[in-house]
Design a protein around this ligand. Structure first.
Ligand code: SF4
Ligand code: SF4
Ligand code: SF4
Length: 245
C-alpha cells in the first residue's frame, strides 16, 4: 500500500502548497509512489486516513490549536512547510501589539466577530518531525524530504549560513554596497536567491543552529558588526523567537 499524504493549510498565503502544485512533472512522478488523500488547494476529496501530514501556515486562533492537535493524533509524521509553519513567519509581527488592537486595525467595527491569539509555529503546539523553512519553502528541499521519507533515509537541513552559498554563486556582498543583510545568521538552502536577484537576505529560512558558532563572523567583523547586532534585525520572519525569549 502506498503511503498516504495530507496537506493542510492554517494561517499563511498558501504559497508553500502552491510550490508543491507547481512541480507538475515531479508531482506526477510522486503520485506514482504515494496517495494524496487531503489537499484542499488541489482537490475536493477529503480523506482522514493520512500517515504524513504537511502543514502550511502558522497557528493563530484557538480553533487552529484544536485542529492541529487532531491532525497530530492521526499522522505518524508531521512536516511544517515554510516559514509560517516552521517559524511563525510574518504572522508573528502581530504579536508585538495587543490582540484587540490587531482585530480593530483589520476588521474595524466588525472586530467583535473575530478572535485571534499570538501567532506561533506548529512546533509550539504539537511535536513536529521535520521542518522545511523558507518563504516559500524550497520545493527541491520538499522533494528531497519526500524521497528520504519514502526510502527511510535521514533528512537534514544545511547548518551553515546563506553567506556560504552567496559566495559560491559569486555575488558581491550587500554590505560592500552599503546595504544590510541577514545572510550571516540565516540557514542556507536557497542558494542566496534574494541577493542573486538584487536584494538582500531577510532571514526567511530562520537561524542556523547556534549562530554564535555557525555564523559568518568574517563578514560581520569586516563591517564592524556582531552576531547580536544582526539578530536584532531578525523580526520579519522570526518574531516568535523574540517574543518567546
Ligand atoms: S511561508 Fe511564505 S509562502 Fe509559505 S505560506 Fe507562509 S507566507 Fe506563504
Ligand atoms: S551578508 Fe548577505 S550579501 Fe553578504 S555574503 Fe552574506 S548573504 Fe551574501
Ligand atoms: S536569501 Fe534569505 S530571505 Fe531570501 S530565500 Fe534565502 S533565506 Fe530567504
Amino acid at each position: 500500500m502506498k503511503p498516504r499524504l495530507g496537506f493542510f493549510d492554517f494561517t499563511g498565503c498558501e504559497g508553500c502548497q502552491l510550490e508543491v502544485i507547481n512541480f507538475e512533472i515531479e508531482l506526477v512522478e510522486l503520485l506514482e509512489l504515494v496517495d494524496i488523500v487531503n489537499f484542499r488547494e488541489a482537490m475536493t476529496e477529503k480523506g482522514e486516513d493520512y500517515e504524513i501530514a504537511f502543514i502550511d501556515g502558522a497557528i493563530t486562533t484557538e480553533s487552529d490549536i484544536s485542529r492541529i492537535k487532531e491532525i497530530r493524533e492521526q499522522a505518524k509524521i508531521v512536516v511544517a512547510m515554510g516559514a509560517c509553519a516552521s517559524l511563525g513567519g510574518v504572522n508573528c509581527l502581530k504579536n508585538f501589539r495587543p490582540m484587540e488592537e490587531n482585530l480593530k486595525i483589520v476588521y474595524g467595527d466588525c472586530a467583535g466577530y473575530y478572535n485571534t491569539i499570538p501567532a506561533r509555529p506548529v512546533s509550539a503546539v504539537v511535536p513536529v518531525e521535520y521542518e522545511l523553512p523558507g518563504c516559500p519553502m524550497n520545493r527541491y528541499e520538499f522533494l528531497k524530504l519526500a524521497k528520504a521519507l519514502l526510502l527511510g533515509k535521514k533528512f537534514e537541513l544545511p547548518n551553515y549560513p546563506v553567506c556560504v552559498e552567496c559566495k559560491m554563486v559569486g555575488n558581491v556582498c550587500v554590505f560592500d554596497k552599503g546595504g544590510f543583510c541577514l545572510g550571516p545568521v540565516t540557514r542556507a538552502g536557497c542558494s542566496a536567491i534574494c541577493v542573486t536577484t538584487g536584494r538582500h537576505c531577510w532571514g526567511c529560512r530562520g537561524l542556523v543552529d547556534d549562530p554564535n558558532v555557525n555564523s559568518e563572523k568574517e563578514i560581520l567583523q569586516k563591517h564592524g558588526l556582531t552576531v547580536d547586532d544582526i539578530l536584532n534585525q531578525f523580526r520579519i520572519f522570526n518574531g516568535y523567537l523574540e517574543v518567546s525569549k
